[in-house]
Design a protein. Structure first.
Length: 182
């Protein structure tokens, strides 16, 4: 049986949720006791998450393009750029963990993804636009998103361990279920 793109994106979303959780474990837990292993694993999971999320953003675009095509396209483009930024950021970290250069200055921001501009900044805009479009599709149901928590570590823990993986896994299961219905 051939899997539709929606089904494929559903699998990618579930795997991205698992990769996001694994990234949080590597970045926030493993790196404290074994920094080299933490950097290696967090780079690997960030790279995988970026690759996997690109399919999710394309699938969401196809679902939302009839609601407001321009905004849906913009959200998809930001999401794909964010996915590429995360993959490049993770690939850079992974490459340095596998073959550390003689002179690696880790206190400078990445030239490609400075302090997570693409990985987190663009993704937040893309997901915000998608959330708005989903709210329109849901015909007036309110979605409460409160990303204003001032404590960065708390936000990182909540997002890395629960929200982001949970959202991608939920989305993946929803897309897989829709594939079965279609």
């Amino acid at each position: 049986m051939r899997t539709s793109f929606t089904g494929f994106a559903g699998i990618c979303a579930i795997l991205n949720g698992l990769a996001g959780f694994s990234y949080a474990v590597a970045f926030l837990v493993i790196a404290r006791s074994a920094p080299d292993v933490g950097v290696l694993l967090s780079g690997l999971f960030l790279l995988l998450g970026g690759l996997l999320s690109s399919a999710v953003f394309v699938s969401l675009y196809h679902k939302l393009m009839t609601t407001e095509g321009g905004y849906a396209l913009w959200a998809m483009l930001l999401g794909v750029v964010s996915a590429a930024g995360a993959a490049v950021n993770g690939g850079y970290d992974l490459a340095n963990a596998i073959n550390p250069p003689a002179n690696l200055t880790t206190d400078l921001p990445s030239q490609i993804d400075p302090r997570g501009l693409l990985t987190f900044g663009f993704a937040s805009i893309a997901l915000y636009m998608i959330a708005l479009l989903l709210a329109v599709l849901y015909l007036g149901r309110l979605v409460l998103l409160d990303p204003t928590n001032p404590v960065i570590v708390t936000a990182a823990v909540l997002n890395g361990f629960f929200v982001n993986p949970g959202w991608y896994i939920w989305l993946g299961l929803t897309l897989r279920r829709q594939e079965g219905e279609g």
